[in-house]
Design a protein around this ligand. Structure first.
Ligand code: GDP
Ligand code: MG
Length: 439
């Protein structure tokens, strides 16, 4: 990752006092590569590197940092400054029901995102109302109606022959009658930005006066995302952006480009087709993930939301006393499964993704079933004291669980590795762990 690459560039420099033009040049070459690899727009990269160069020149190398770390720190600071440092919420103010407009090109994910936002708003105690205002694509209204039924969220019965502006105005009245407080307006898209679409969106905006206008943009469009965002923002003065399909190959550079070009915050990201796959966007974390330092904070948040406090405390106590048994291991596996795949999680932790032993630690659904069977075939004593499980016990356990001795061996190896990993994480608390990994 970038940290390592920079470290090798700057290795010889430690203690040389000032950062010189030449060594900054070398370091920034690496930064530039990392940004381009993350699919940040080339013009944005150029400007960004220029800014950093200016800031770095003549800076004293802080004693506690290597010059590589110093550049990383400057880059990280600048990235964070550019992206903003905290999550920006939806703007929901004014008289009820509050209209929110979703705009964007066809296929960017507007309709899906309308459903996702309805879920999110309802979780927060609001009463959303879905308004289909795409009268051009034949199935567009039905698509949102279906989502509404699936989610049990009311949908305005839009007439496909009506004018979208009128639909929205009528929906305001109907939404209020339904007792709803937030209108999610799903507008039409086109394959490309065009005059007609923009003027229709302007007419809706001028009549409905939305509290927030969200551009829904597909992160996979990479470099194009910049031009799309710029057109929508120039015409509509959007309030923020939702980047969809961040679960794909997109490297997240679109977020940086869009923010840099429009000045508007990315508020949420879509991370899958399912309706609960919407996440608040944290620009500060984005910065470190672009730099390749691992998404430590996201990992920690995920871990914390799944493992409930009490259980975690209990687990920590057991770990401290080295009483983390195979039974606990089995329970832990189930917990970890809830967070996503173990491999994914491990890859989010810097350092761990490179750990050779942990690389082999892949746990799939079948594996989990096998693990349960093996642990269930052990005696209670074996589960608490795995060291007593010798060759003949392994044979018996394998037979009892319908697995092989190799399976049992692998489980025991994984168990000891996970135990080590959890011990490392819990040392000094998870937060301390994360902070320690940053340069
Ligand atoms: P619209 O034309 O802008 O309304 O786009 P749709 O909401 O119909 O979505 C287009 C396609 O993108 C659908 O197949 C969605 O399931 C898919 N989609 C939307 N958001 C996401 C996302 O965050 N991740 C993934 N993988 N697919 C998404
Ligand atoms: Mg749609």
């Amino acid at each position: 990752n970038l940290s390592n690459r920079l470290d090798s560039v700057f290795k010889k420099l430690k203690g040389h006092g000032k950062l010189t033009e030449k060594n900054i040049e070398d370091g920034l070459k690496e930064v530039r590569m990392a940004l381009l690899e993350a699919d940040v727009h080339y013009k944005v990269v150029k400007k960004f590197i220029g800014d950093i160069k200016e800031r770095s020149l003549g800076q004293e190398v802080t004693k506690s940092l290597t010059p590589g770390q110093q550049v990383i720190k400057i880059v990280n600071d600048e990235l964070t400054k550019l992206m903003g440092d905290s999550h920006e919420e939806l703007k929901l103010s004014g008289t009820l029901p509050i209209p929110v407009m979703l705009v964007g090109l066809q296929g960017s994910g507007k309709t899906t995102t309308a459903g996702k936002l309805a879920v999110l708003l309802r979780k927060r105690g609001r009463k959303p109302y879905l308004v289909p205002a795409d009268v051009y694509r034949p199935a567009a209204i039905d698509q949102l109606k279906k989502l509404g039924v699936q989610l049990d969220v009311p949908v305005f019965p839009s007439d496909a022959k009506a004018d979208p502006v009128q639909i929205c105005q009528k929906a305001l009245v109907a939404g209020q009658k339904e007792g709803c407080d937030t209108l999610l307006i799903d507008t039409a898209g086109r394959l490309h930005v065009d005059e007609e679409l923009m003027s229709e969106l302007c007419r809706i905006r001028d009549k409905v006066k939305p509290s927030d206008i969200l551009l829904v943009a597909d992160a996979m469009t990479g470099q194009d995302a910049v031009n799309i965002a710029k057109s929508f923002n120039d015409t509509l003065d959007i309030g923020g952006v939702i980047l969809t399909k961040m679960d794909g190959d997109a490297r997240g550079g679109a977020a940086l480009s869009i923010k840099s070009v429009t000045g508007k915050p990315i508020k949420f990201i879509g991370v899958g087709e399912k309706l609960n796959e919407l996440e608040p966007f944290h620009p500060d974390r984005m910065a470190s993930s672009i730099l390749g330092m691992g998404d430590v904070l996201t990992f920690i948040e995920k871990a914390q939301s799944v493992v409930d406090e009490e259980k975690a405390a209990e687990l920590e106590k057991k770990l401290r006393k080295s009483q983390f048994t195979l039974e606990d291991f089995r329970d832990q596996m189930v917990q970890i499964r809830k967070m996503g795949s173990l491999t994914d999680l491990i890859n989010m932790i810097p350092g761990f993704s490179k750990n050779k032993q942990l690389k082999n630690l892949e746990v799939d659904e079948h594996e989990l079933v096998r693990i349960e069977a093996i642990i269930n075939s052990m005696t209670p004593l074996e589960r608490r004291q795995h060291t007593i499980i010798n060759g003949s016990r392994r044979k018996r356990i394998a037979r009892g669980s319908g697995t092989s001795v190799q399976d049992v061996n692998r489980l025991l190896k994984n168990y000891t590795q996970v135990m080590k990993m959890i011990k490392k994480i819990s040392k000094g608390g998870m937060r301390g762990f994360g902070r320690g990994m940053l340069p």
